[in-house]
Design a binder for this molecule. Structure first.
Ligand code: ADP
Ligand code: MG
Length: 340
C-alpha cells in the first residue's frame, strides 16, 4: 500500500474510532485510607463525563468527612465521643448505619460494627500493633454487640463503653452512592475502583461485560477474572493489613466472638452482587464465617455470588459464577471447586 493510502486509512480509522468509542475520563484520589480511581466513559445529560467524574469525586470527600472513624468532626467520631448521649448525624451516616445494622443482624453478628475498641486494641488503627492478653480480649469481646446501637431516623445512641466503625461497609456504600449519582447525571458506563472494591456501571465502552481481576493472596498478581455488568465486586483478604509477632500472623478482620483475627482457613473472600454495601458487608462477614458457614449463607440467600480462597490455595466459587469466572496464567492449572 502506498504511503498516502496508509495515511488516509489511518485517518479514516482514527475518525471512526473517535466517533464510535466514548471518551474516557479518569481521576485518581486518595480517600478513605486508600487509592481510588474513577473512570467514566462518555458524557451525561447536560454534563460532560469530566464534570460527572469530578462531581463523583466531591461526593467521595463528603462521604469520607461524615464516615471516617479517625477524623475529628466526622459523624462517626461524634458518635464515638458521645459518652452514651444521643447525637444527630447526617443523612448518609444514618442511611449507612441503618443498612449496616440490618446486615449485622442478617449475618448473625459475623459483621459487627461495634468491634472498633478491639480493632484499636490490636493497634490496627494506629500501626502500633500488639497482641492483647486473654483477659483483655475477653473483656473486649463482651463489649462487642451491635444490638445495643440505637438509631431513630438521624438520632444515634451508643452505650458509653462502646464505639462503632463503618470501615467494613463504607467503601461499598460509597460505590452505591456514586453509581446512583452518576446514573442520575446520565452516565451509562463507568468503572469505580475504590481500594479493593470495584463498582461497575453498565457495560464497558465496547458494550461487553467488565473483566474484574481477583488478586492472588501472596504474589499480588491477578489470580482470576470475573465478568460482570452493573455489579460490585468486593474482596476482603487477610493479606491487606496484618502484622507478625513470634512467628504468628495477625490480621484486621476480627471474629466478634473472640475479638481476635478470624481464623477460618480463608485468605480472601470476594462477593459479587448489585448492592455494594451488601457485598462489602458480606465479604467481611463470610471471611469471619469461613467456607462451610459461608456456603450455607449463600444457599440460604442466593442474591450474590462469592469466591473463597483458602490458605491451601484452594479456590471455591458459588454456582452462579460457573460461566463468568476464569483463572488467569500462571494459575490455570489450579482446581476450581463449585459450591452448589
Ligand atoms: P478493608 O477495609 O480492608 O477492605 P473489610 O471491608 O473487610 O476490609 O473491613 C475490615 C475493617 O472493618 C477492619 O479494618 C476493621 O476496622 C473493621 N472490622 C474488622 N472486623 C470486623 C467485623 N467482624 N465486623 C465489622 N467490622 C470489622
Ligand atoms: Mg467489607
Amino acid at each position: 500500500m502506498g504511503r498516502l493510502a496508509k495515511v488516509l486509512l489511518c485517518t479514516v480509522l482514527a475518525v471512526c474510532l473517535s466517533g464510535c468509542a466514548p471518551k474516557e475520563y479518569t481521576g485518581q484520589i486518595f480517600a478513605m485510607d486508600t487509592f481510588m480511581q474513577l473512570t467514566v466513559y462518555g458524557d451525561g445529560e447536560g454534563v460532560t463525563g469530566q464534570q460527572a467524574m469530578q462531581s463523583a469525586q466531591s461526593r467521595v470527600y463528603e462521604l469520607e468527612a461524615a464516615l471516617s472513624v479517625t477524623r475529628e468532626n466526622s459523624d462517626v467520631h461524634k458518635i464515638n465521643g458521645s459518652c452514651g448521649q444521643t447525637v444527630t448525624v447526617g443523612e448518609d451516616t444514618a442511611a449507612l448505619l441503618g443498612r449496616a445494622l440490618e446486615l449485622c443482624e442478617q449475618t448473625g453478628g459475623a459483621l459487627d460494627i461495634t468491634a472498633y475498641p478491639a480493632v484499636q486494641a490490636w493497634g490496627f488503627t494506629t500501626g502500633a500493633h500488639r497482641v492483647p492478653a486473654g483477659d483483655e480480649l475477653l473483656e473486649l469481646s463482651e463489649k462487642i454487640d451491635y444490638t445495643r446501637v440505637k438509631l431513630e431516623e438521624t438520632a444515634v445512641t451508643v452505650p458509653n463503653e462502646m464505639q462503632i466503625d463503618l470501615g467494613a461497609v463504607a467503601k461499598g456504600y460509597t460505590g452505591d452512592v456514586l453509581a446512583a449519582h452518576l446514573r442520575e447525571m446520565g452516565i451509562q458506563s463507568a468503572c469505580l475502583s475504590l481500594g479493593g472494591n470495584i463498582h461497575t456501571i453498565g457495560t464497558n465502552p465496547k458494550g461487553e461485560a467488565w473483566r474484574v481481576g481477583i488478586q492472588h493472596p501472596t504474589t499480588g498478581g491477578a489470580l482470576a477474572v470475573v465478568e460482570v455488568t452493573d455489579k460490585a465486586v468486593v474482596t476482603s483478604g487477610n493479606y491487606q493489613r496484618y502484622f507478625e509477632e513470634n512467628g504468628e500472623t495477625y490480621w484486621h478482620i476480627l471474629d466478634p466472638d473472640t475479638a481476635s483475627p478470624a481464623r477460618t482457613g480463608l485468605v480472601s473472600v470476594t462477593v459479587i452482587g448489585t448492592e455494594g454495601t451488601r457485598c462489602d458487608a458480606l465479604s467481611t462477614a463470610l471471611f469471619v464465617m469461613g467456607l462451610d458457614e459461608g456456603s450455607e449463607f449463600w444457599r440460604a440467600h442466593g442474591d450474590f455470588e462469592a469466591v473463597f480462597v483458602t490458605d491451601e490455595e484452594e479456590i471455591y466459587i458459588t454456582g452462579g459464577l460457573k460461566d463468568s469466572f476464569s483463572l488467569l496464567e500462571p494459575y490455570q492449572e489450579l482446581e476450581v471447586r463449585v459450591i452448589e
